[in-house]
Design a protein around this ligand. Structure first.
Ligand code: GTP
Length: 358
């Protein structure tokens, strides 16, 4: 995809995913064992987009140490670090000097199967200042609703409309393809929101923005329940990411005794599971995890080096790297446990808990 660059917005603090984001910035949170941003990079590379600008701010070193100059991904990566958050449009203005032509913008927390080449074709055909990926949802009240005519020309942006008042069900899905002229509409040096300020101003100023409505897989990973839902969809093959659903991951091949596994699961290398434990369905175990005798882990994502003690139970939970679950402890549904946290033997963690050492 010649000469199209990409800006990925990765500067948010990810407050809704705390305590996970105390130790890991949201773009580096793993999806089936691989940082989400690395999966996005792979997607861009496959689409022929190799010139990427990362608009970062929160924990930027965790990002730049992983990707370096991008060469190991076959890409060229430029970093723009914001000292204070500039918002979703301010972040674009901040990278203006690197932008040479039309460019994709990605919210750094959207998992989607959108075909980028198809979107570029649409943009070239329509010829406006920007093309926005939209998807249809039953209830747009929690999203940014985007009104457009039959030709796709966008007429209004309605952020989080009150239930029942939205003029349509198409929502902003967080991927844009913009011409450089859109940057002219963004004031420099202060926080600016692209959804609330820049896009509405573009329309008011007569610039043409077009909708690209698709029925692709799409989810915003920014909330714990969505993070778990995304994994369920990846493991089920609904979101095409893993080669083949079932028992996947390098740890699956290593595991000799699969009696304890209920498909689908994804196991990374060095994982050890007692044959009397139950792991799955819908479980991801990162590198070097250990599940003891009689323990049960269901519908959960465990990062690296997590130990689930004998007869412990983990259900619909997210456990960050280094977490220890004591013998016989139970982790209630919807709980999120931060890096290195130790749940003592026998403790019953109530549903929806957020546990961390901070
Ligand atoms: P919450 O605090 O949980 O709302 O998460 P967030 O801070 O990531 O905000 P949100 O989910 O609304 O952000 C959407 C995308 O824009 C994410 O990929 C963020 O990393 C990114 N983003 C949000 N604000 C900024 C910013 O000020 N600068 C940059 N560079 N990126 C941002």
């Amino acid at each position: 995809m010649a000469q199209v660059q990409a800006v990925i917005l990765v500067g948010g603090e990810g407050t809704r995913l705390r305590p996970l984001t105390y130790g890991t910035p949201k773009p580096m949170i793993p999806i089936a064992g691989v940082p989400f941003l690395a999966r996005t990079m792979e997607r861009l590379h496959e689409a022929g987009i190799d010139d990427v600008i990362l608009a970062a701010g929160y924990m930027p070193l965790a990002i730049s140490e992983y990707f370096g100059d991008g060469a190991s991904f076959g890409m060229h990566v430029t970093y723009a670090i914001e000292e204070t958050p500039l918002g979703t449009a301010g972040a674009l203005k901040n990278v203006e000097e690197y932008i040479t032509g039309p460019f994709f913008v990605f919210n750094g927390d959207v998992l989607t199967s959108l075909d980028l080449r198809a979107m570029l074709d649409v943009h070239r055909k329509k010829g406006g200042a920007g093309t926005l990926h939209l998807i249809q949802v039953a209830d747009p009240s929690a999203f940014g609703c985007v009104a457009h005519d039959d030709d796709g020309r966008i007429s209004a942006f309605i952020e989080k409309p009150a239930p029942g008042t939205a003029p349509c069900n198409d929502i902003n899905a967080g991927t844009y393809l913009l011409e450089r002229e859109v940057l002219d509409a963004i004031p420099a040096g202060r926080p600016v929101s692209i959804e609330r300020e820049t896009f509405p101003q573009c329309i008011a100023g007569g610039k043409r923005l077009y909708a690209h409505v698709t029925n692709d897989y799409w989810i915003d990973l920014g909330r714990p329940e969505n993070y778990l839902a995304a994994h369920r969809d990846v493991l089920a093959g609904v979101m095409p990411l893993l080669v083949e659903p079932g028992i996947t991951g390098s740890g699956a091949a290593e595991l000799r005794d699969k009696r304890s596994i209920v498909e689908p699961v994804h196991l990374d290398a060095g994982t050890s599971i007692d044959p009397t434990a139950t792991v799955g369905p819908n479980v991801v175990l990162g590198r070097s995890c250990w599940v003891g005798a009689g323990a049960v882990v269901r519908d959960s994502v465990l990062w690296d080096d997590v130990r689930v003690g004998p007869h412990a139970a983990v259900d619909e939970a997210i456990l960050a790297s280094g977490v220890r679950i004591g013998t016989g402890a139970t982790i209630g549904a919807g709980s999120v446990v931060g890096h290195g946290y130790v749940v003592p033997d026998g403790v019953q963690v109530p549903p929806g808990s957020r546990l961390s050492d901070r």
